[in-house]
Design a protein around this ligand. Structure first.
Ligand code: HEC
Length: 106
């Protein structure tokens, strides 16, 4: 009985992650693949910016807000300036992380 309940409780989670562009699911991807450089809330990690000698934009800034989902996805898959492509993020994770970045608020 316990096993059945545990299995059932996993179903809603799976249903949520299956939808395209889910910002909440994207947060997990962000925390794993982006946070070390872009900070927990999109505020650039100052030591990374210093080490890479680049002026990183806050992901909550108007410039980044003005980007489309596709712009954000392209930066992740192809890189931009000093940011290297993040090859571990693709498919639904890519859609979700873009949605999460777009949802960051000051
Ligand atoms: C190793 C550090 C590092 C990681 C990991 C990283 N980034 Fe970046 N990112 C950068 C740097 C550095 C820049 C600035 C590039 C430049 O302007 O030369 C940048 C720029 C960006 C920009 C454009 C904003 C700007 O400054 O113009 C976006 C959007 C972005 N990153 C999203 C992401 C997302 C989403 C992830 C995770 C999937 C991610 N980054 C992972 C270092 C990183």
């Amino acid at each position: 009985m316990r096993i059945i309940l545990a299995t059932l409780s996993l179903i809603p989670v799976a249903a949520v992650t299956a939808t395209a562009a889910d910002a909440k699911a994207g947060q997990a991807v962000y925390d794993k693949s982006c946070k070390s450089c872009h900070g927990p809330d999109g505020t650039p990690n100052a030591s990374v910016a210093k080490m890479m000698k680049v002026d990183m934009k806050d992901l909550k800034s108007a410039e980044v807000k003005a980007m489309s989902d596709d712009d954000v996805k392209k930066i992740v898959t192809e890189g931009k300036g000093k940011m290297k492509p993040v090859k571990t993020v693709s498919g639904a994770d890519l859609d979700n992380v873009a949605a999460y970045v777009r949802s960051l608020k000051k």
